[in-house]
Design a protein around this ligand. Structure first.
Ligand SMILES: [Zn+2]
Length: 339
């Protein structure tokens, strides 16, 4: 079983990262560009037993080390993620955590747990099992709280021999400055339009849907794929702005609160952009309603940012959705009226 091919726009960055020496990398950039994929590819290349370093290529994909990574059992790779991300990306949890979750003693964590970090610190101090060093992958690195981050910091400050770190982040500004300063920073590049489109087609997204989904995702291919997987219809996306003008709750009914807020934030962004003479990014210009006054949009934007903070644990998702749509409606109907 070989590793899935790395997206084309990540192959150059991988070669660049492999050319340089560094015991801790921070891969940063907006979500959906492939931080996790690149971080894992880098760790796999470090640990690969048959890599041709002269060719600046990544892991071979078929040696025992690569195989161990593909089946998620490599003794020299430690993956630090919130438990929800581990489940989503197919990484096994430790037995105790899995048992606690199975027994409903607690829910899978949305943060990187301090217990997991302690295990990682212990891992960093052990000798490598396969003799090619060890790697720790932290993703999304911004999901460390202060205690967890400080535990990592100590290990970053006094690296023990043969361990290397790759932190992958979609919000690097949320990281402790001391963590950032201990890592070599690398900003992920944006893919070219045709690269992103072709990649989506290879992932099984219908050709007709790819451009609209990419647009809805602001040009970020992994986000576009996630939208496709979540069943976002490209046609419904185009109709969303007008549906909000009408206050049609049904248009967002199949969205979780966080997704609904994200969609409204994109609409708000595009109206602000259009209002200041720039091109919209997420919607076609023709799909947008008349632009409300700046101060009304600013108020909406602030209110959406506040809502986003509680979106993961709303008391009542249905009520929240209704309130969001009602606010969108009154905002969008204030175009041409005095604020
Ligand atoms: Zn290999």
């Amino acid at each position: 079983m070989s590793a899935p091919a790395l997206s084309p726009w990540l192959q150059r960055p991988l070669a660049e990262l492999l050319r340089q020496r560094g015991h801790a990398w921070l891969l940063q950039g907006p979500s959906g560009l492939g931080q996790y994929e690149l971080g894992l590819a880098l760790a796999a290349a470090w640990l690969c037993e048959q890599r041709d370093a002269a060719k600046e290529e990544g892991a071979c994909g078929h040696c025992p080390s690569c195989h161990a990574i593909s089946v998620r059992t490599h003794a020299d790779l430690c993956v630090l993620m919130p438990e929800v991300a581990m489940q989503e990306l197919g990484w096994p949890l430790d037995e105790k955590s899995q048992a606690d979750i199975d027994d409903k003693k607690r829910k899978p964590s949305r943060e990187i747990r301090v217990e997991a970090m302690r295990d990682a610190v212990g891992f960093a101090q052990r000798t490598s099992a396969r003799g090619r060093g060890k790697a720790v992958l932290v993703y999304p690195a911004e999901r460390m709280n202060t205690i967890t981050a400080n535990a990592l910091l100590k290990t970053l400050e006094e690296p023990v021999g043969d361990v290397r770190f790759v932190l992958a982040s979609e919000a690097a500004w949320q990281l402790l400055p001391t963590i950032r300063s201990r890592c070599l920073g690398f900003t992920l590049p944006w893919p070219a339009d045709d690269e992103a489109r072709n990649w989506l087609l290879e992932q099984g997204v219908p050709a007709g849907d790819a451009p609209a989904l990419l647009r809805a995702a602001g040009g970020r291919p992994s986000d576009a794929l996630r939208l496709a997987a979540a069943g976002q219809s490209p046609k419904a996306w185009g109709l969303l702005p007008k549906a909000m003008v009408r206050g049609d709750v049904a248009a967002l009914a199949d969205h979780a609160p966080a997704q609904a807020i994200s969609a409204l934030q994109k609409l708000c962004h595009d109206l602000m952009a259009t209002g200041s003479g720039a091109a919209p990014r997420f919607f076609e210009a023709a799909d947008l309603p008349a632009v409300p006054p700046k101060v009304v949009l600013a108020r909406w934007s602030k209110s959406l940012a506040n809502a986003a903070k509680t979106a993961e644990h709303p008391f009542n998702a249905g009520l929240m959705l209704e309130a969001l749509v009602s606010e969108a409606r009154s905002t969008l109907n204030s175009a041409g009226r005095r604020p």
